[in-house]
Design a protein around this ligand. Structure first.
Ligand code: ZN
Ligand code: FE
Length: 258
């Protein structure tokens, strides 16, 4: 369980992105997870009275790194991102590789390379805080589109996340949960946990509420991209006994065409 005092401030920006500020009150260390929208990030900083010290980039897409240079110029903050994609992370100062750990205001953070959505996607696990920022790799009941990688890469990326404690709070970068959930029901219709979660999500969205963060435990029970071993899923999509990466890949292909 989390024993520390790490604070996460969540806000909506762009069409369906989430912005996140991460703050350690003892040191004042404050990061934005990605830079989707400069004005929304500055607004959040002013609401909280925090000063931006870091940008933690998950990947190069404009809705994740598009505000890097403007924020760096304004705040003189340090930009952290993936070494393997450094050329596409504007203003990057510190380049990390799979397994690297760093100190964030006294909090241990480990990064994991999770190629699939992009080749250089990384996720940030605050290991003693039971919190992770998973960008566009994993969504609630979904996963990122395979723009640059293939299903084998994505499945190995998702398996890294599957090894974390089930209690881990997962902050993903988009509010895609409702659409993901309704797709998930088409490929795993017998999953009672999924049926219950979709009903709950429909209620939350009807009330204008967010469905993120989620937990790894909930995702293991309901996210078809983490459940290629499910017999119900394999039967529904016609992949009984296939390699798990292939099942996941077929699930992704069906979602792309849904
Ligand atoms: Zn993206
Ligand atoms: Fe995105």
């Amino acid at each position: 369980m989390a024993t520390s005092n790490l604070q996460v401030y969540q806000f909506s920006c762009l069409d369906d992105n989430f912005g996140y500020l991460v703050h350690d009150p003892d040191t004042g260390t404050t990061a934005t997870i990605d830079t989707p929208e400069v004005s929304a990030i500055n607004q959040a900083l002013s609401v909280k009275g925090w000063k931006l010290t870091h940008i933690l980039n998950t990947h190069h897409h404009p809705d994740h790194a598009g505000g890097n240079l403007e924020l760096k110029q304004q705040w003189d903050c340090e930009i952290i991102g993936a070494e393997c994609d450094a050329a596409r992370i504007p203003g990057i100062d510190r380049q990390l590789v799979d397994g690297d750990k760093f100190d964030f205001g006294g909090h241990r953070v480990q990064i994991f390379e999770t190629p699939g959505h992009t080749v250089g996607h990384i996720v940030y696990h605050f290991i003693n805080d039971d919190v992770a920022f998973v960008g566009d790799t994993l969504f609630s009941m979904g996963c990122g589109r395979l723009f640059e990688g293939d299903a084998t890469q994505m499945w190995s990326s998702l398996q890294k996340i599957l090894k974390w404690p089930e209690s881990t709070l997962l902050y993903c970068a988009h509010e895609y949960t409702q659409g993901n959930g309704h797709f998930a029901l088409t490929v795993e219709p017998q999953n009672a946990d999924l049926q219950a979660r979709v009903k709950q999500v429909d209620e939350l969205r009807a009330a204008g509420k967010w469905t993120v963060p989620t937990t790894l435990k909930l995702e293991k029970a309901t996210n078809p991209f983490l459940r290629p071993a499910s017999v119900d899923l394999q039967q529904t999509i016609g992949k009984v006994g296939a390699p798990l990466a292939e099942v996941m890949g077929e699930t992704r292909r069906l979602k792309d065409n849904a």
